[in-house]
Design a protein around this ligand. Structure first.
Ligand SMILES: [Zn+2]
Length: 405
C-alpha cells in the first residue's frame, strides 16, 4: 500500500440527499477519512453537504497521463498524426519547452482532471537525454504542490535506447531520476531493438530501487512486436516483488484469440495490471491500414475473462499524441463502452477501482470502512453519468471536499 501524507482529520461530513446506485436517496456519513455509515442520521457537530440528488460514486483515478506534454497541441502540431509523428514533433520542440512552461501546463492539467472527479493521477515524465530532468523536475514540483488536492504518482519514462552499446547515458539518467524521488520505473520496450532486454533492465532497476513498474508495452499494431508475454514470463520467473502495469498492449489485440488467452492467463498469474488507452490509440494507430482499420485496443475480453486487473486511462491531453481530450475520466469510460464494448459499470470500474488497485491505494467505495474518496455527479445512473459527463460535480478526498481547492 502507498502511504499518503498524514493530514489533520477533517470534521465528520454528512452528505444528505445522496443518490446511490441502488436507487435509494440517503445520508452518507464520512469520518476519519473513511465512509462511516450509509443511511445514517446526521450527528451534531458534523459538517453537512446537501448532495441535492446527485449520484454518489467512488472517485475516479487517472491511470496514465503525460502531464509534462499537456496542452502542447497548438504549439507542437503532429503533421502525420501517428505515434512517430508525435514523438518526432516533441523532440524537435524540446528547446522551446521550458521548465516554467512545463510546470504551468502540468498543474493546469492535474487541476482539470481532479476537478472532474479524479483523486489520484499516475503521470509519466520523459527522462531522455535531450530533455534532461525538465519534465521530472516540473512534475515532482506539481506532485508536491497539489498533494492536498490529488494524489499524483510520477513514473520515470525512459527514452531509448535504454539497452545496448549506446545506452550508458540513458541508464545513468534513469538511475538519477530514481534518486530524485520518482514513484515508479517506465520505458518503451517496443521502441527498442531488443524489447526483452529492455523489460529485463526496467525490472532490474525497479527491483534495486524498490519501486513499481509501468511500461509502455507493445504500443503498435505490428503483431511481431509483442513483448507482453516476455514481461509476464520474467515477472513469474523472478518473483518480482513490486506492482507491475503494462500500458497500451495494442499488439495483443492483433494476436489470434488462442494467443490472446494464453498470454492473458500469464498476465493474470503474474499479477500484472493492464491499462487500456483508447483515446490516444484510436487517434495514433491504424493510419496506414485504411482497409479494415483495426481499433487498436488491447484484447479487453481475453484479459477480463482471465481475471486481469483491467484499467483505462486517457494518456495524452491536447498534445501531439492526442489533440483533443477533456481531462475527464468519464470520457475514457465512454470510449471503453463504445470502442471497448464494456458495460457502463465495467467501464466505470476501469477508471476508478482498477486504477487505485494498480497504484496500490486503498479501495474507495460507497460502503462502510472504505476510503472516502468519492464523487457526486448530477446523474441518475452510472450509464447516464458516462453519457452526459455533466458539470456540477462535487469531489471528496479522504472525507474532505476538494473541488474548488
Ligand atoms: Zn503514455
Amino acid at each position: 500500500m502507498v502511504t499518503e501524507r498524514a493530514e489533520p482529520a477533517p470534521r465528520p461530513l454528512s452528505i444528505t440527499n445522496a443518490l446511490l446506485t441502488d436507487g435509494r436517496t440517503v445520508t452518507v456519513r464520512l469520518a476519519d477519512g473513511l465512509v462511516h455509515a450509509i443511511d445514517a442520521p446526521t450527528q451534531p457537530g458534523d459538517d453537512v453537504l446537501d448532495a441535492d440528488g446527485r449520484l454518489l460514486l467512488p472517485a475516479m483515478a487517472e491511470a496514465h497521463a503525460h502531464l509534462d506534454k499537456a496542452f502542447l497541441a497548438e504549439t507542437v502540431p503532429n503533421p502525420t498524426g501517428d505515434l512517430m509523428g508525435a514523438i518526432l514533433a516533441i523532440d524537435a520542440a524540446r528547446d522551446r519547452i521550458t521548465l516554467a512552461d512545463t510546470e504551468e501546463r502540468a498543474e493546469r492539467a492535474a487541476r482539470l482532471i481532479a476537478a472532474n472527479g479524479a483523486t489520484a493521477i499516475r503521470t509519466h515524465a520523459d527522462i531522455i537525454t535531450a530533455n534532461g530532468f525538465t519534465s521530472l523536475t516540473a512534475l515532482l514540483a506539481v506532485r508536491d504542490r497539489l498533494r492536498d488536492l490529488v494524489h499524483i504518482e510520477v513514473i520515470a519514462l525512459s527514452g531509448w535506447p535504454s539497452v545496448g552499446p549506446a545506452a550508458a547515458e540513458q541508464q545513468a539518467l534513469l538511475r538519477e531520476a530514481v534518486a530524485m524521488g520518482v514513484d515508479g520505473i517506465g520505458g518503451c520496450p517496443h521502441l527498442e531493438d531488443d524489447p526483452a532486454a529492455a523489460n529485463d533492465l526496467f525490472l532490474t532497476i525497479a527491483a534495486e530501487s524498490g519501486l513499481p513498474v509501468d511500461l509502455h508495452t507493445d504500443e503498435t499494431l505490428v503483431p511481431e512486436r509483442f513483448a507482453l508475454e516476455d514481461l509476464a514470463d520474467r515477472v513469474l520467473a523472478t518473483g518480482f516483488p513490486h506492482r507491475v502495469a503494462a500500458s497500451h498492449c495494442v499488439s495483443l489485440g492483433m494476436q489470434p484469440e488462442a494467443v490472446q488467452r494464453r498470454v492473458a492467463e500469464k498476465v493474470a498469474a503474474a499479477g500484472i495490471s493492464v491499462i487500456a488507452l483508447p483515446s490516444s490509440n484510436l487517434f495514433l494507430q491504424g493510419r496506414d491500414q485504411q482497409h479494415a482499420m483495426p481499433r487498436a485496443l488491447t484484447a479487453i475480453r481475453a484479459l477480463r475473462e482471465a481475471g486481469v486487473n483491467l484499467a483505462a486511462g486517457a494518456d495524452n491531453l491536447q498534445d501531439p499524441f492526442n489533440p483533443v481530450g477533456r481531462g475527464d475520466c468519464l470520457e475514457t469510460a465512454s470510449l471503453m463502452v463504445m470502442a471497448g464494448h464494456q458495460l457502463p459499470a465495467q467501464a466505470y470500474h476501469s477508471v476508478s477501482a482498477a486504477v487505485r488497485r494498480l497504484m496500490g491505494l486503498p479501495a474507495a467505495a460507497v460502503s462502510p470502512g472504505a476510503t472516502a474518496d468519492l464523487v457526486l455527479i448530477p446523474a441518475a445512473s452510472v450509464r447516464e453519468a458516462i453519457a452526459l459527463a455533466p458539470a456540477g460535480r462535487i469531489v471528496i478526498r479522504g472525507g474532505r471536499r476538494v473541488d474548488g481547492w
